[in-house]
Design a binder for this molecule. Structure first.
Ligand code: NAG
Ligand code: NAG
Ligand code: NAG
Ligand code: NAG
Ligand code: NAG
Length: 382
């Protein structure tokens, strides 16, 4: 059925081309016939017989719009080449989950890795590039859901390269091995040590492997298609700092612009365009989609380089406003980071902002946890 329809559509397009009519003078006009109009239908019937008319979708029916949409998607793909505009999400769904304080105010998603696959509840971090999971543990955070007082239908997992038939070590001489200079042998497994913050020494260390990440795609029709993509991940043998205070006990998926991040690797493999979307609903849960180029009408702001390179998602902040009073500031760059809970400002901007707030707020300052919070007020909601 589907193939017959495609053939019919091609015939109609050819007909349209033949109906160009020269008109008076130097202007040319052409008659446009909608491919699903009665006129196109009768043209097709006159050429191919009554049977071809039966294939015509009823105007404004579900089928009619499905055919139009299917054709648009086909055309977009022809323009972009291969599969590049498909949307991908983790095989267990695109949901981003939020557990509040229990898991340190971060956003998480389930991912499946390896053969046979193992599931990990990874934190989504647009402020870093590396994907790592707890692995052949020397020092990992507890992996039972009940320890964190969260309700999950299963416990968190530990990865082991030796248990996955699709796992391969990334060698020290691989171009993605940033930490390879200290290796004795270029074929040794590439070590990594990643420091998330100096304040609490939040680190993950181990070595890098390549394995399959299980994904699903949103197809032309609504059915999901499953696929695997080879990604680089850290076998996180030893974690430290806030990884023991409930932050990302089951690993982190870095979504940054670096070559080693999952979005970059999927784009390099030609599976998606190099972009992703992370959306949150009113309850702080939401979804993640790889390859989401966004709506054509949406506004955008460019990412800014730091010393000539795009190391992370920096944007320019023009001004901050308190009520109707805006503090003019230029040349101030801010990092967009899904892995940070608070907004951090340069100290001079912070000082201006809080003193403007203090001026406008009709309340008396109180002292609270001195040194940590400068501006606190007793206030009643509502
Ligand atoms: C096409 O359908 C019309 C009306 O239903 C009928 O009169 C005609 O004979 C049919 N022609 C063919 C070739 O089947
Ligand atoms: C993961 O493995 C389970 C069985 O262990 C299987 O049912 C499931 O389909 C697998 N998921 C993927 C995405 O391959
Ligand atoms: C879980 O809840 C219990 C009881 O409310 C509490 O004692 C414990 O500290 C909590 N665990 C964590 C990791 O927060
Ligand atoms: C972080 O590590 C450094 C060097 O190993 C150490 O001097 C410092 O005390 C550590 N800080 C914390 C908060 O553990
Ligand atoms: C958010 O939570 C409230 C209360 O549990 C619920 O009624 C609402 O449907 C939730 N919103 C979404 C988008 O899930």
């Amino acid at each position: 059925m589907e193939c017959d329809r495609v053939v019919v559509l091609v015939v109609v397009v050819v007909l349209l081309c033949c109906q160009l009519e020269a008109s008076v003078g130097l202007t040319f006009s052409s008659k446009l016939i909608h491919r699903f109009s009665d006129e196109a239908k009768s043209l097709s019937i006159s050429r191919k017989g009554n049977a071809s008319g039966d294939l015509w979708p009823k105007r404004y029916s579900f089928e009619y719009f499905q055919l139009l949409l299917g054709n648009d998607l086909k055309r977009q793909r022809m323009k972009l080449g291969s599969q590049k505009n498909q949307l991908l999400f983790p095989s267990q769904g695109s949901q981003a989950l939020f557990f509040g304080n229990e898991l340190d105010w971060l956003h998480y998603t389930w991912i499946d890795i390896g053969t046979p696959n193992v599931s990990f509840l990874v934190a989504l971090d647009a402020g870093s590039d590396l994907l790592w999971v707890p692995c052949d543990c020397i020092q990992c955070a507890p992996l039972s859901a009940s320890y964190y007082n969260i309700s999950l239908d299963r416990d968190l997992s530990e990865y082991s390269p030796s248990l996955s038939s699709t796992s391969r070590h990334l060698s020290c001489d691989h171009q993605l091995c940033e930490w390879g200079s200290n290796c004795k042998n270029p074929k040794d497994p590439c070590p990594y040590i990643f420091n998330y913050d100096d304040f609490e020494n939040t680190t993950s260390a181990g070595f890098l492997v390549e394995d399959e990440l299980h994904l699903a795609s949103v197809g032309d029709h609504t059915a999901r298609k499953m696929l695997q993509a080879s990604v680089v991940l850290g076998c996180g043998r030893k974690q430290g700092g806030s990884f023991f205070d409930g932050a990302a006990p089951d690993g982190v998926m870095g979504l940054g612009p670096g070559d080693i991040s999952v979005p970059s690797l999927l784009a390099k493999a030609g599976l998606i365009q190099n972009c992703f979307s992370l959306c949150f609903d009113e309850n702080d849960s939401g979804r993640i989609l790889f390859g989401d180029i966004g709506h054509a009408s949406q506004q955008s702001t460019p990412f800014l380089p730091i010393q000539g390179t795009y190391v992370a998602y920096f944007v320019g902040v023009e001004s901050y406003c308190v009520g109707n009073s805006c503090l003019k500031r230029s040349g101030f760059k801010a990092l967009v980071d899904s892995g940070s809970s608070f907004t951090y400002l340069p100290s001079e901007v912070y000082n201006e902002l809080v003193s403007e707030f203090d001026k406008q707020v009709n309340a008396k300052r109180i002292s609270f946890q001195e040194g940590l919070w400068d501006y606190c007020y007793n206030a009643r909601l509502g």
